[in-house]
Design a protein around this ligand. Sequence first.
Ligand code: G16
Length: 540
Amino acid sequence: MESSLQKAAEISQQHPKPDVKFSYGTAGFRMPAENLDSVMFRMGLLAVLRSKAKGGQVIGIVVTASHNPVQDNGVKLVDPLGEMLQPSWEKHASNLANAEDIVDVLRGVLSEFGIDWGVPAKVFAARDTRPSGGQFVQALKDGVEALGGSFHDYGILATPQLHYMVRCHNTSGQYGEATEEGYYKKLSNAFLDLRSLSGKTGVPEIKLDGANGVGALKIKKFAKYLKGTLSIQVFNDGSSGKLNEKCGADYVKLHQCAPDGMDINPGDRCVTFDGDADRVLYFYCNKDGKFQLMDGDKIATLLVGYLKEKLDKTDVTLERGLGIVQTAYANGNSTAYAEKTLGVPVACAKTGVKHVHHKAEEFDIGVYFEANGHGTALFRNEVATKMNAVVEAEDAGSEKSKAAKQVLSLIDLVNQTVGDAASDMLVVESILHEKGWSLDDWNAAYTDLPNRQRKVTIKDRNVIETTDAERKVTAPEGLQDEIDKLVAGYKSARSFVRPSGTEDVVRVYAEADRREAADSLALAVSQAVYDLAGGVGDRP
Ligand code: G16
């Protein structure tokens, strides 16, 4: 062990640490690519320790900065069932990234978790389409191999595909085959089953904004497995535009407009992925030419409504039930719709998949979606067991049996490891197709309260401290009072601010009864943040 640690220290000289303070944020480390080489090498080292600590199961590493601009990059670790790295390890990731003496930190982790050095370690890695990705995968490999771990490079994958590979491998193929083809086969088979169970015909046409990222490449491959059941026209496929520039799910959500590079007519069914294809949103222009966004809240409520309908048909009862998990960004009307109209409990967690995912595990079926389009559904094994029992007990042609089969196919269509734009899109398409709904029909379920998000740059975003699932500010002093005062001046209004964990900004969210009110509240709160928390650059 000691010689491996010393070897790692030696090789780390080839990956010198810049004078930067690193912190494992909402989705790992994220910043301008030029600062990240040493972090990559060190995350390779940490992944080896994590794999050993988990009895030799595979640990995943994704090199991506998702929705950030192309000059950024990032890295995050993936735990054995494809979920985000256990939060208690994040501080070790940050310590290792910042360490002058890496051996000291590695020894500390080994002893804190009583890690057995003799356990062989395995790491899977993949990256998005950023130009800096290739060299970073090499740095990861250097780290993994310096500590004697085995390394498998999947090349370019959508982030949720790598999460999927990790789970498949660690469940010995029970979850699926750990190959790209295996992923397409499992999900497309489930989609085709849902199609035939629906008894409906027709080929919906989709216009997809691929954010000039990996999702555009992968959806073209995926489409071939769908056997002509869906027509997907891909825009922003990376052939000319820049990654995430004026396109992609983050842009569409933030600006509440269609992306550049897309040709849209009223009524077209439009979809947007983010840069690494773990978020998806739908949008369209209605007959009056007004832009309509179907965000993560709309997707979650569509899915939960569908599941509830199917569960009711099967008469199956679930001890922990069906629930939905949202964050502070969820539109107030979506929460009311879920609770009052659908009759489904809603839990609130802090922003970040790592928080919402764990909250969703408390239900038998936990559907989580962030308003930005990042989400999935988690199904406990009992759900499939109960559905299989219904299928066995009931006549094959009965409504009960059909509903149970539909739930079973849906379980296979969902990538339960993390939000997955392609899988989520196929879930939405299955539901819309079965119901015979257009986006207008779906949108009519409830009307969003007008809302606005803004970003404010301040000297040090860490001066903003929050509580109550990030809905209230505790520092700097006086900021929450100011927000409360501003909110009181508007009808049906709500606003909160929090430091981003992926960008060097403070995020501001506001909603109110009217568009102008939401915009003006968001502006006023942004100005308060700028004034009271050390704004830099132009005042909003
Ligand atoms: C990541 C996380 C999401 C989070 C988003 C923004 O998404 O996975 O859970 O909502 O960052 O986080 P923040 O507001 O802290 O910047 P992605 O798609 O960028 O990986």
